[in-house]
Design a protein around this ligand. Structure first.
Ligand code: XBP
Ligand code: MG
Length: 227
């Protein structure tokens, strides 16, 4: 194991509630009387990518012509403001990253969200730019197909110069597990508040919380038990 590759939303931190609020603020800015409550957002989250999610909803309700790009740009600005208020990393994440750093493992993110949002999270959670926290960032529109397609994990592996079996992915969602597996990576799943109800799709290791991992030696032992 030479690298840990983290999903962002729902894995590094429980960000989806702030995303949901940011979408609703952007809709209001642009005069749309749309409101995504938690139940509707949970359903729409099966579509990865904020622009894709807006387009899906607009089609579902027959909204006609919608400037998806402008709406999403406004949403991203609101998300950055909301993140500036701070958000905790999920339990266990800081410990995993710190030990990996001490052992000389590479750290990467492979996420559907935008690079701007990765930066906002790193400033909020680490007080540093994302490029100082992670060795590799594979995010959003850097790839043509979003999760569950493997593209973003394949890009992360390419930038790391590693094969899938040399890294380990951490995810919160079925779409993310499917993306990591399709890229040939073993994957540790801990569902987040917006994915608790999802079915198992074959994660190598499923945990209630990443804090159940008692260091990298324990993680390696757990992964060995599953191969
Ligand atoms: C989760 C997503 C993203 C976020 C919203 O990404 O699917 O679309 O919900 O962010 P991941 P954007 O779990 O892969 O980190 O609006 O920037 O897409
Ligand atoms: Mg996620």
């Amino acid at each position: 194991m030479k690298a840990l590759i983290f999903d962002v939303d729902g894995t590094l931190a429980e960000t989806e509630e702030l995303h949901r609020r940011a979408f609703n603020l952007a809709f209001a800015d642009h005069g749309w009387e749309w409101h995504w409550d938690a139940a509707r957002y949970r359903r729409l989250l099966t579509t990865t990518g904020g622009k894709e999610r807006i387009a899906r909803y607009a089609q579902e309700i027959g909204a006609g012509s919608v400037d998806v790009v402008a709406l999403h740009r406004a949403k991203t600005q609101h998300f950055a403001h909301l993140m500036a208020g701070g958000i905790p990393l999920r339990p266990g994440i800081a410990q995993l990253m710190g030990e990996a750093r001490r052992e000389g493992l590479a750290l990467a993110v492979a996420t559907t969200t935008s690079p701007e949002n990765v930066e906002a999270l790193c400033q909020a959670c680490f007080g540093q730019s994302a490029t100082l926290v992670f060795d590799v960032i594979a995010a959003g529109d850097m790839v043509p197909r979003k999760k569950p397609a493997p593209d973003v994990y394949l890009l992360a592996l390419k930038k790391l110069g590693l094969g899938g079996e040399e890294a380990l992915a951490f995810e919160d969602s079925a779409n993310g597990v499917n993306a990591a597996r399709a890229a040939g990576l073993p994957v540790v799943l801990s569902r987040g508040t917006y994915t608790l109800q999802e079915q198992d799709v074959g994660a190598s290791l499923t945990l209630g919380c990443f804090a159940e991992i008692n260091g990298l030696r324990d993680l390696r032992d757990r992964m060995r038990e599953r191969v």
